[in-house]
Design a protein around this ligand. Structure first.
Ligand code: GLO
Ligand code: MG
Length: 347
């Protein structure tokens, strides 16, 4: 087990959110992108993740030279602060063209829009100095089952991936599966689905995945097992650590907030496979509670990182020898208690 390597941390501008939900307005005043970037720097995070239009606002209305100018200006700003861009993700769930599923829309013009937008996203990623694109396929599903053919949906997804891979010989695409919300049933709900589709492309080595803890829980899966599985294929290129209280709406709670033991297992899985050694970042896709006051606006991120680092210590000090003995004796009851006592600490 890796004992020494240090982790690098990341979040996105959307993680400093204002508290609105479907039933009520914001509870905190909006802050500028500059303020968010300054907070990231001040609190010692290493990288920021971006939607394409976080990097270049309203990009659908801008010309290519203008997009390039703005992306280059952002890159200079990041360089001055010593902050990396971890990834760029095409926001394929806002525009009218993405209403029926973006890459998997029934309308050829809309599918073309989604692909063109993704190619621009890759250009932005290049200008920001990252080769990583994240695809959260928010609306890739059908509202009415009979309106689509899920097999054709796979073909459309593969076609979109091929266009992206061909556009840039170095780009890497990490699919972020999520089983539901905003849709009822997503076409790519799990890491297994994502990697199966990756295998249909002409360059599977450049299509991997991103695991979000809450999304795995929403799929009824154990996030630590998803991590082990993806890392067995060398395909875990980013994580969105957070937490989720059961099968409800997507909660994006602070890491470890619901299940400290699951968080411990996730960190242990990351540790044992050397996550981070190839430059991967630990990203927190968490949101402040709606009740959070502006003066505590960063605490969900700082607490997630603190919990993560404390769990790294817990993983590194876990009695692996004793664990192996108990496994050999098939004494899982004792192993269960060993974990509990370790997490509880000294009485
Ligand atoms: C929503 C997703 C979302 C993505 C982000 C990057 O459930 O987790 O936050 O991670 O938009 O594409
Ligand atoms: Mg996410």
């Amino acid at each position: 087990m890796a004992k020494t390597h240090a982790y690098r941390f990341c979040f996105g501008p959307w993680n400093i959110s204002e508290g609105q939900d479907p039933y009520g307005p914001p509870t905190r005043p909006a802050k500028s992108f500059g303020w968010k970037l300054a907070q990231l720097k001040k609190h010692g995070f290493d990288a920021m993740m971006f939607h394409d239009d976080d990097a270049v606002p309203e990009l659908d209305r801008k010309s290519e030279p203008q997009i390039r100018r703005e992306a280059n200006a952002l890159k200079r700003r990041l360089d001055d602060l010593g902050i990396a861009a971890e990834m760029v993700a095409p926001r394929l769930w806002f525009a009218p063209e993405t209403i029926d599923g973006a890459y998997t829309s029934n309308d050829a013009k809309c599918r073309r829009y989604a692909i063109d937008r993704s190619l621009r996203c890759i250009d932005i990623a290049n200008w920001l100095g990252t080769d990583l694109i994240v695809l959260w396929l928010a609306r890739a599903d059908s509202y009415i089952r009979e309106s689509k053919d899920a097999a054709r949906g796979v073909d459309y997804l593969v076609e979109a991936l091929e266009r992206m891979l061909a556009h840039d010989g170095r780009v890497r695409i990490a699919i972020e599966p999520k089983p539901n919300e905003p849709m009822d049933h997503a076409y790519l709900p799990t890491i297994g689905h994502a990697l199966a589709v990756a295998g249909l492309t002409s360059d599977p080595g450049r299509v991997g995945c991103l695991i979000e803890s809450a999304h795995a829980i929403l799929a009824g899966l154990d996030p630590a097992d998803e991590i082990d599985f993806a890392m067995r294929f060398g395909k875990l290129w980013s994580v969105h650590l957070n937490d989720q209280n059961g099968l409800k709406y997507d909660q994006d709670r602070p890491f470890g907030n619901v299940s400290l033991r699951s968080a411990f297992d996730q960190v242990r899985a990351l540790e044992r496979h050397g996550y981070g050694k190839q430059g991967e970042y630990v990203c927190f896709d968490v949101h402040p509670f709606r009740t959070t006051k502006p003066e505590h606006w960063m605490d969900h991120l700082l607490n997630s990182r603190r919990t993560f680092l404390r769990l790294v210590e817990k993983v590194r000090s876990f009695d692996e020898k004793q664990t192996q003995k108990l496994i050999a004796a098939r004494n899982y009851q004792a192993l269960d208690q060993l974990v509990i006592e370790h997490l509880l600490g000294r009485a």
